[in-house]
Design a binder for this molecule. Structure first.
Ligand code: CU
Length: 363
């Protein structure tokens, strides 16, 4: 739960965990981790910096609509580990032939896990041979992470509070607004196990430490040697729900385009008004024509991801899905919760700069 205004940047956010009877019966230790990005500047100053490309600490540097005429490229600088290294089109910032994709709008002063940095991380005592359910929430305003569980045996079992068929691996991407439940098996011999969140496209990281009694806790530097991976749709492609929604026809289909004008730092969603009737099954195809990724969040419903880059999938049920730059994702949901529900990018500064629309019910 969090403020839905700039106050979100000021850490006005907290975990809200809903536990089922089954959750309580399970022999698992729950570890809740809320990620955040922190700046000594006020959110208003950060936003003003984004709207003024000459500002050196909060530098907007992508553009969209493929129209770069009139852009002062000399004034656009990239943060370390920004898109130059990442997207294979580093030349585009000078070459004008193709717009550069952009990863991070803001270089923060710190990246937090449960309000702490890796200089003084939260340490959770865990049992030798025990099972841990990591409930991980990306509450950052403008930073995507990849979760690195290190040498621990890990599997992803839920996204956005909805079960998925377990996926074993050790690196899990998580965009702003998204949540992951990850089961971890602590080895019988015990030890100390950092769980890290790597900042996308940059070397900063944050995290917590799991440790059995008596284990030596060694320090993990808040800046790693390599940049965190790009957050894309590889994992999304593999996600499958544990139970499928009943099959039926689609009553309403919409197409939305995500747009952005980096020079003005103005973002938008274009398309027909999202008006639905109670009981409708609704499909929304979302195309991202901009040069940044947008984690799109729908209030009041869970949707199923049904298409990724034109390929049909029987994807996860969730409430926030990433639409990478120049990508397309379709979602389907049942309109069973009358109201006027925001559908918006969960990048705070994109949201407050226009990337927000509503699903409205008609009686
Ligand atoms: Cu966005």
């Amino acid at each position: 739960m969090h403020a839905h205004t700039l106050q979100e940047q000021s850490l006005l956010a907290a975990p809200l965990i809903v536990r089922t009877a089954e959750d309580k019966k399970r022999d698992e230790q729950e570890v809740v981790v809320l990620l955040h990005d922190f700046s000594f500047k006020t959110p208003e100053e950060l936003l003003a910096g984004l709207r003024k490309p000459s500002d050196s600490t909060a530098t907007p540097h992508d553009m969209t609509g493929m129209d770069m005429t009139g852009m002062d490229m000399g004034g656009m600088s990239h943060d370390a580990g920004g898109s130059g290294m990442a997207m294979g089109n580093a030349s585009s910032m000078t070459g004008m032939d193709m717009p550069a994709m952009d990863i991070n709008d803001i270089d923060y002063d710190a990246y937090l896990a449960n309000d702490r940095t890796l200089d003084d991380p939260e340490v959770f005592q865990v049992e030798k041979g025990g099972r841990v359910r990591l409930r991980l929430i990306n509450g950052a305003a403008a930073t995507a992470f990849t979760i690195d569980t290190g040498k621990l045996d890990a599997k992803l079992v839920a996204v956005d509070g909805q079960d998925v068929q377990p996926i074993p691996r050790m690196m899990f991407p998580v965009s702003m607004g998204q949540r992951l439940d990850i089961l971890l098996q602590i080895p019988k011999e015990g030890g100390t196990f950092p769980v890290l969140a790597l900042r996308e496209g940059a070397r900063e990281r944050t995290g917590v430490v799991l440790s059995t009694v008596g284990a030596n806790i060694s320090k993990v530097a808040p800046v790693g040697e390599t940049a965190g991976p790009l957050v894309g749709l590889d994992l999304e492609m593999r996600l499958k729900p544990t139970s499928l929604p009943a099959e039926r026809h689609i009553d309403k289909s919409f197409t939305l385009s995500l747009t952005g004008d980096m020079a003005k730092y103005s973002w938008g969603i274009s398309g027909d008004p999202l008006t639905v009737f109670p009981g409708d099954r609704v499909e929304i195809a979302i195309r991202n024509g901009s040069m940044m990724s947008h984690p799109m969040h729908l209030h009041g419903h869970h949707f199923q991801v049904t298409q990724i880059e034109g390929r049909k999938v029987n994807g996860a049920l969730r409430d926030t899905v990433l639409i990478p730059s120049l990508s397309q994702v379709s979602i389907v949901f049942d309109a069973h919760n009358p109201g006027r529900w925001p559908l918006h990018c969960h990048h705070l500064y994109h949201m407050v700069s226009g990337m927000m629309t509503y699903v409205g019910y008609e009686a």
